[in-house]
Design a protein around this ligand. Sequence first.
Ligand code: SF4
Length: 360
Amino acid sequence: MPTGIKHYPVALHESPVTAEVMEHLPHPSPTERHRLVEHIKRLLTEQNAVLVAHYYVHEDLQRLAEETGGYVSDSLDMARFGHEHPATTLVVAGVRFMGETAKILNPEKRVLMPTLEAECSLDLDCPAEKFIPFCDAHPDREVVVYSNTSAAVKARADWVVTSSIAVKLVEHLHARGRKILWAPDKHLGNYIQRETGADMLIWDGRCVVHEEFKAAAMREFKQQFPEAGILVHPESPAEVIDMADAVGSTSQLIEAARTLPHRLFIVATDNGIFYKMKQAAPGKEFVVAPSGGTGASCRSCGHCPWMAMNDLPSLARTLETGSNEIQVPEEIRVQALRSTQRMLDFSAQLKRKVLGTGTA
Ligand code: SF4
Protein backbone atom coordinates (compact mmCIF):
# COMPACT_ATOMS: atom_id res chain seq x y z
CA MET A 1 0.00 0.00 0.00
CA PRO A 2 1.48 3.37 -0.97
CA THR A 3 2.41 5.63 1.89
CA GLY A 4 2.47 9.37 1.46
CA ILE A 5 3.26 9.24 -2.27
CA LYS A 6 3.81 12.62 -3.86
CA HIS A 7 3.17 12.49 -7.56
CA TYR A 8 2.83 16.12 -8.34
CA PRO A 9 5.57 18.40 -7.05
CA VAL A 10 4.65 22.04 -7.34
CA ALA A 11 7.02 24.96 -7.24
CA LEU A 12 6.94 26.76 -3.94
CA HIS A 13 5.61 30.23 -4.51
CA GLU A 14 6.84 33.31 -2.74
CA SER A 15 4.73 34.36 0.19
CA PRO A 16 4.86 37.73 1.90
CA VAL A 17 6.88 38.01 5.11
CA THR A 18 4.66 38.61 8.14
CA ALA A 19 6.95 41.24 9.69
CA GLU A 20 6.92 43.24 6.45
CA VAL A 21 3.14 42.98 6.12
CA MET A 22 2.71 44.24 9.66
CA GLU A 23 5.17 47.06 9.13
CA HIS A 24 3.08 48.36 6.25
CA LEU A 25 -0.22 48.23 8.10
CA PRO A 26 -1.44 51.39 9.82
CA HIS A 27 -1.03 51.34 13.60
CA PRO A 28 -3.98 53.26 15.01
CA SER A 29 -3.65 54.76 18.48
CA PRO A 30 -5.88 53.36 21.26
CA THR A 31 -8.27 56.30 20.76
CA GLU A 32 -8.44 55.71 17.04
CA ARG A 33 -8.98 51.98 17.56
CA HIS A 34 -11.86 52.74 19.90
CA ARG A 35 -13.36 55.09 17.31
CA LEU A 36 -12.97 52.45 14.59
CA VAL A 37 -14.60 49.77 16.71
CA GLU A 38 -17.64 51.96 17.43
CA HIS A 39 -17.84 52.99 13.77
CA ILE A 40 -17.70 49.34 12.60
CA LYS A 41 -20.36 48.32 15.11
CA ARG A 42 -22.68 50.99 13.69
CA LEU A 43 -21.99 49.94 10.11
CA LEU A 44 -22.61 46.27 10.88
CA THR A 45 -26.02 47.10 12.37
CA GLU A 46 -27.00 49.51 9.59
CA GLN A 47 -26.09 46.98 6.92
CA ASN A 48 -27.63 43.92 8.59
CA ALA A 49 -24.16 42.41 8.54
CA VAL A 50 -22.43 39.91 10.81
CA LEU A 51 -18.69 39.52 11.38
CA VAL A 52 -17.26 36.00 11.22
CA ALA A 53 -13.59 35.80 12.22
CA HIS A 54 -10.98 33.06 12.13
CA TYR A 55 -8.90 32.21 15.21
CA TYR A 56 -5.75 33.44 13.43
CA VAL A 57 -6.78 37.08 12.84
CA HIS A 58 -5.85 39.91 15.18
CA GLU A 59 -7.59 39.79 18.55
CA ASP A 60 -9.20 43.19 17.88
CA LEU A 61 -11.26 41.50 15.18
CA GLN A 62 -11.99 38.39 17.23
CA ARG A 63 -13.21 40.56 20.12
CA LEU A 64 -15.31 42.68 17.79
CA ALA A 65 -16.96 39.58 16.31
CA GLU A 66 -17.83 38.39 19.82
CA GLU A 67 -19.14 41.79 20.92
CA THR A 68 -21.40 42.19 17.89
CA GLY A 69 -23.14 38.80 17.87
CA GLY A 70 -20.75 37.41 15.28
CA TYR A 71 -18.53 34.38 15.63
CA VAL A 72 -14.89 33.32 16.04
CA SER A 73 -13.99 29.81 15.01
CA ASP A 74 -12.25 27.44 12.61
CA SER A 75 -13.14 27.39 8.94
CA LEU A 76 -15.75 24.64 9.27
CA ASP A 77 -17.70 26.38 12.00
CA MET A 78 -17.31 29.77 10.30
CA ALA A 79 -19.00 28.26 7.24
CA ARG A 80 -21.73 26.70 9.33
CA PHE A 81 -22.39 29.86 11.34
CA GLY A 82 -22.51 32.11 8.27
CA HIS A 83 -24.91 29.72 6.60
CA GLU A 84 -27.31 29.61 9.51
CA HIS A 85 -27.19 33.30 10.47
CA PRO A 86 -30.02 35.50 9.15
CA ALA A 87 -27.79 38.50 8.29
CA THR A 88 -27.88 39.52 4.63
CA THR A 89 -24.19 40.46 4.60
CA LEU A 90 -21.41 38.23 5.90
CA VAL A 91 -18.11 39.92 6.65
CA VAL A 92 -15.41 37.28 6.75
CA ALA A 93 -12.14 38.14 8.51
CA GLY A 94 -9.71 35.49 7.38
CA VAL A 95 -8.30 34.43 4.04
CA ARG A 96 -9.89 34.31 0.63
CA PHE A 97 -10.98 30.65 0.55
CA MET A 98 -13.05 31.32 3.69
CA GLY A 99 -14.90 34.13 1.92
CA GLU A 100 -15.41 31.90 -1.10
CA THR A 101 -16.79 29.10 1.07
CA ALA A 102 -19.25 31.57 2.58
CA LYS A 103 -20.36 32.60 -0.92
CA ILE A 104 -20.62 28.98 -2.12
CA LEU A 105 -23.03 28.27 0.72
CA ASN A 106 -24.87 31.60 0.61
CA PRO A 107 -25.30 32.86 -2.96
CA GLU A 108 -28.08 35.20 -1.89
CA LYS A 109 -25.91 36.96 0.69
CA ARG A 110 -23.32 39.65 0.11
CA VAL A 111 -19.94 38.40 1.31
CA LEU A 112 -17.29 41.01 2.10
CA MET A 113 -13.71 40.66 3.30
CA PRO A 114 -11.39 43.27 4.83
CA THR A 115 -8.96 42.49 2.00
CA LEU A 116 -9.00 40.31 -1.08
CA GLU A 117 -5.22 40.02 -0.98
CA ALA A 118 -5.29 37.57 1.91
CA GLU A 119 -4.38 34.32 0.22
CA CYS A 120 -3.30 30.97 1.64
CA SER A 121 -0.17 29.12 0.51
CA LEU A 122 -2.11 25.84 0.36
CA ASP A 123 -4.64 27.37 -2.00
CA LEU A 124 -1.87 28.91 -4.13
CA ASP A 125 0.04 25.61 -4.21
CA CYS A 126 -2.95 23.87 -5.80
CA PRO A 127 -4.01 25.77 -8.93
CA ALA A 128 -7.14 24.35 -10.57
CA GLU A 129 -5.54 24.22 -14.02
CA LYS A 130 -2.95 21.72 -12.72
CA PHE A 131 -5.14 19.95 -10.21
CA ILE A 132 -8.05 19.10 -12.51
CA PRO A 133 -5.98 17.15 -15.09
CA PHE A 134 -4.23 15.39 -12.20
CA CYS A 135 -7.62 14.21 -10.89
CA ASP A 136 -8.70 13.23 -14.40
CA ALA A 137 -5.59 11.05 -14.64
CA HIS A 138 -6.67 9.12 -11.51
CA PRO A 139 -10.35 8.34 -12.06
CA ASP A 140 -10.23 5.40 -9.63
CA ARG A 141 -9.66 7.72 -6.65
CA GLU A 142 -12.09 9.67 -4.50
CA VAL A 143 -10.95 13.30 -4.58
CA VAL A 144 -10.81 14.74 -1.06
CA VAL A 145 -9.63 18.33 -0.70
CA TYR A 146 -8.90 20.43 2.31
CA SER A 147 -11.08 23.51 2.69
CA ASN A 148 -7.95 25.66 2.05
CA THR A 149 -8.54 25.52 -1.70
CA SER A 150 -10.15 27.68 -4.36
CA ALA A 151 -13.80 27.32 -5.39
CA ALA A 152 -12.62 25.83 -8.70
CA VAL A 153 -10.68 23.07 -6.90
CA LYS A 154 -13.63 22.37 -4.61
CA ALA A 155 -15.80 22.13 -7.73
CA ARG A 156 -13.63 19.24 -9.00
CA ALA A 157 -13.58 17.45 -5.63
CA ASP A 158 -15.86 14.70 -4.37
CA TRP A 159 -15.41 15.89 -0.80
CA VAL A 160 -14.23 18.98 1.03
CA VAL A 161 -12.94 18.56 4.60
CA THR A 162 -11.42 20.65 7.34
CA SER A 163 -8.75 19.34 9.70
CA SER A 164 -11.40 18.72 12.34
CA ILE A 165 -13.04 15.94 10.31
CA ALA A 166 -10.35 14.89 7.82
CA VAL A 167 -9.25 11.73 9.64
CA LYS A 168 -12.84 10.62 10.24
CA LEU A 169 -13.85 11.15 6.62
CA VAL A 170 -10.86 9.26 5.20
CA GLU A 171 -11.49 6.48 7.73
CA HIS A 172 -15.06 6.34 6.50
CA LEU A 173 -14.00 6.11 2.84
CA HIS A 174 -11.17 3.65 3.56
CA ALA A 175 -13.61 1.33 5.36
CA ARG A 176 -15.64 1.28 2.13
CA GLY A 177 -12.62 0.28 0.07
CA ARG A 178 -12.14 3.68 -1.57
CA LYS A 179 -8.72 4.95 -2.66
CA ILE A 180 -8.06 8.63 -2.01
CA LEU A 181 -6.53 11.50 -3.92
CA TRP A 182 -5.74 14.10 -1.26
CA ALA A 183 -4.85 17.79 -1.73
CA PRO A 184 -3.24 20.12 -1.04
CA ASP A 185 -1.43 19.86 2.33
CA LYS A 186 1.24 17.13 2.25
CA HIS A 187 1.86 17.14 6.01
CA LEU A 188 -1.82 16.82 6.84
CA GLY A 189 -2.15 14.18 4.10
CA ASN A 190 0.73 12.17 5.53
CA TYR A 191 -0.71 12.48 9.02
CA ILE A 192 -4.13 11.23 7.85
CA GLN A 193 -2.49 8.38 5.97
CA ARG A 194 -0.58 7.32 9.10
CA GLU A 195 -3.72 7.52 11.23
CA THR A 196 -6.02 5.64 8.85
CA GLY A 197 -3.77 3.37 6.76
CA ALA A 198 -5.76 4.48 3.70
CA ASP A 199 -4.36 4.31 0.18
CA MET A 200 -3.65 7.99 -0.46
CA LEU A 201 -2.11 9.85 -3.34
CA ILE A 202 -0.94 13.14 -1.85
CA TRP A 203 -0.48 16.54 -3.50
CA ASP A 204 2.66 18.43 -2.59
CA GLY A 205 1.33 21.64 -1.03
CA ARG A 206 2.26 23.12 2.32
CA CYS A 207 1.36 25.88 4.76
CA VAL A 208 4.10 28.49 5.08
CA VAL A 209 3.41 28.90 8.78
CA HIS A 210 3.14 25.30 9.98
CA GLU A 211 5.93 23.94 7.80
CA GLU A 212 8.37 26.22 9.63
CA PHE A 213 7.91 24.64 13.03
CA LYS A 214 11.19 22.94 13.88
CA ALA A 215 11.40 19.64 15.74
CA ALA A 216 15.03 20.08 16.88
CA ALA A 217 14.37 23.51 18.39
CA MET A 218 11.18 22.14 19.93
CA ARG A 219 13.15 19.37 21.65
CA GLU A 220 15.52 21.97 23.15
CA PHE A 221 12.55 24.02 24.27
CA LYS A 222 10.98 20.96 25.86
CA GLN A 223 14.22 20.24 27.74
CA GLN A 224 14.10 23.73 29.20
CA PHE A 225 10.41 23.41 30.09
CA PRO A 226 9.81 19.69 30.65
CA GLU A 227 6.47 20.43 32.32
CA ALA A 228 5.06 22.06 29.16
CA GLY A 229 2.40 20.36 27.05
CA ILE A 230 2.79 20.43 23.27
CA LEU A 231 -0.18 21.26 21.03
CA VAL A 232 0.29 20.72 17.29
CA HIS A 233 -1.81 21.39 14.21
CA PRO A 234 -1.42 18.54 11.71
CA GLU A 235 -0.29 20.89 8.94
CA SER A 236 3.07 20.73 10.76
CA PRO A 237 5.91 18.34 9.78
CA ALA A 238 5.66 14.74 11.03
CA GLU A 239 8.60 15.08 13.50
CA VAL A 240 6.77 17.95 15.18
CA ILE A 241 3.46 16.05 15.23
CA ASP A 242 5.25 13.10 16.84
CA MET A 243 6.17 15.26 19.84
CA ALA A 244 2.61 16.40 20.52
CA ASP A 245 0.46 15.80 23.59
CA ALA A 246 -2.51 16.75 21.38
CA VAL A 247 -2.83 16.95 17.59
CA GLY A 248 -5.90 18.50 16.04
CA SER A 249 -7.75 21.30 14.34
CA THR A 250 -7.74 24.77 15.87
CA SER A 251 -10.97 24.11 17.79
CA GLN A 252 -9.64 20.77 19.01
CA LEU A 253 -6.40 22.39 20.19
CA ILE A 254 -8.33 25.01 22.14
CA GLU A 255 -10.29 22.22 23.79
CA ALA A 256 -7.04 20.37 24.56
CA ALA A 257 -5.62 23.53 26.18
CA ARG A 258 -8.69 23.60 28.41
CA THR A 259 -8.75 19.92 29.37
CA LEU A 260 -5.11 18.81 29.56
CA PRO A 261 -3.54 19.22 33.02
CA HIS A 262 -0.48 21.27 31.88
CA ARG A 263 -0.16 24.90 32.99
CA LEU A 264 2.18 25.81 30.13
CA PHE A 265 1.80 24.92 26.46
CA ILE A 266 4.10 25.08 23.47
CA VAL A 267 1.77 25.68 20.55
CA ALA A 268 2.57 24.76 16.95
CA THR A 269 -0.05 26.75 15.11
CA ASP A 270 -0.68 30.42 14.34
CA ASN A 271 -0.32 32.54 17.48
CA GLY A 272 -3.60 34.36 16.75
CA ILE A 273 -5.19 31.37 18.48
CA PHE A 274 -3.81 32.52 21.86
CA TYR A 275 -6.73 34.94 22.25
CA LYS A 276 -9.22 32.06 22.39
CA MET A 277 -6.89 29.68 24.24
CA LYS A 278 -6.53 32.20 27.06
CA GLN A 279 -10.30 32.55 27.23
CA ALA A 280 -10.79 28.76 27.31
CA ALA A 281 -7.98 28.13 29.82
CA PRO A 282 -7.55 31.21 32.01
CA GLY A 283 -4.37 31.20 34.08
CA LYS A 284 -2.53 28.88 31.69
CA GLU A 285 0.41 30.11 29.64
CA PHE A 286 1.06 29.70 25.93
CA VAL A 287 4.23 30.13 23.90
CA VAL A 288 4.56 29.74 20.17
CA ALA A 289 6.60 26.74 19.03
CA PRO A 290 10.05 27.52 17.62
CA SER A 291 10.01 28.30 13.89
CA GLY A 292 11.97 30.45 11.50
CA GLY A 293 12.29 33.25 14.07
CA THR A 294 11.22 36.86 13.83
CA GLY A 295 14.25 38.25 11.98
CA ALA A 296 14.08 40.04 8.66
CA SER A 297 14.82 36.87 6.72
CA CYS A 298 12.19 34.69 8.34
CA ARG A 299 9.42 33.20 6.27
CA SER A 300 7.42 32.44 9.38
CA CYS A 301 7.18 33.75 12.92
CA GLY A 302 4.19 31.71 13.99
CA HIS A 303 1.78 34.14 12.38
CA CYS A 304 0.30 33.87 8.90
CA PRO A 305 1.25 36.84 6.66
CA TRP A 306 -2.15 36.77 4.97
CA MET A 307 -4.16 36.53 8.19
CA ALA A 308 -2.12 39.53 9.40
CA MET A 309 -3.58 41.65 6.58
CA ASN A 310 -6.96 41.73 8.33
CA ASP A 311 -7.20 44.79 10.58
CA LEU A 312 -9.68 47.35 11.88
CA PRO A 313 -8.97 50.08 9.26
CA SER A 314 -9.43 47.66 6.33
CA LEU A 315 -12.60 46.25 7.87
CA ALA A 316 -14.04 49.74 8.34
CA ARG A 317 -13.14 50.70 4.75
CA THR A 318 -14.79 47.57 3.36
CA LEU A 319 -18.04 48.32 5.15
CA GLU A 320 -17.95 52.00 4.18
CA THR A 321 -17.39 51.31 0.48
CA GLY A 322 -18.84 47.83 -0.07
CA SER A 323 -15.54 46.91 -1.69
CA ASN A 324 -13.84 43.52 -1.50
CA GLU A 325 -16.99 41.61 -2.28
CA ILE A 326 -16.43 37.93 -3.00
CA GLN A 327 -17.72 36.68 -6.34
CA VAL A 328 -17.80 33.05 -7.44
CA PRO A 329 -18.97 32.18 -10.98
CA GLU A 330 -22.34 30.43 -10.68
CA GLU A 331 -21.32 27.31 -12.58
CA ILE A 332 -18.33 26.76 -10.27
CA ARG A 333 -20.34 27.67 -7.18
CA VAL A 334 -23.00 25.05 -7.91
CA GLN A 335 -20.39 22.32 -8.38
CA ALA A 336 -18.39 23.40 -5.33
CA LEU A 337 -21.57 23.45 -3.26
CA ARG A 338 -21.98 19.70 -3.74
CA SER A 339 -18.63 18.77 -2.16
CA THR A 340 -18.88 21.52 0.48
CA GLN A 341 -22.39 20.49 1.51
CA ARG A 342 -21.18 16.89 1.84
CA MET A 343 -18.62 18.19 4.36
CA LEU A 344 -21.31 19.89 6.42
CA ASP A 345 -23.58 16.84 6.24
CA PHE A 346 -20.78 14.46 7.23
CA SER A 347 -19.80 16.73 10.11
CA ALA A 348 -23.41 16.90 11.33
CA GLN A 349 -23.64 13.12 11.14
CA LEU A 350 -20.42 12.77 13.16
CA LYS A 351 -21.70 15.20 15.77
CA ARG A 352 -24.83 13.14 16.19
CA LYS A 353 -22.69 10.00 16.67
CA VAL A 354 -20.45 11.61 19.29
CA LEU A 355 -23.24 13.51 20.95
CA GLY A 356 -21.99 14.82 24.24
CA THR A 357 -18.40 15.47 23.17
CA GLY A 358 -19.41 18.58 21.24
CA THR A 359 -16.76 18.28 18.56
CA ALA A 360 -16.48 16.40 15.35
S1 SF4 B 1 -1.80 29.70 8.39
FE1 SF4 B 1 -1.20 28.44 6.61
S2 SF4 B 1 -3.05 27.26 6.13
FE2 SF4 B 1 -3.69 28.98 7.43
S3 SF4 B 1 -4.26 30.60 5.97
FE3 SF4 B 1 -2.10 30.95 6.51
S4 SF4 B 1 -0.96 29.88 4.89
FE4 SF4 B 1 -3.05 29.10 4.82
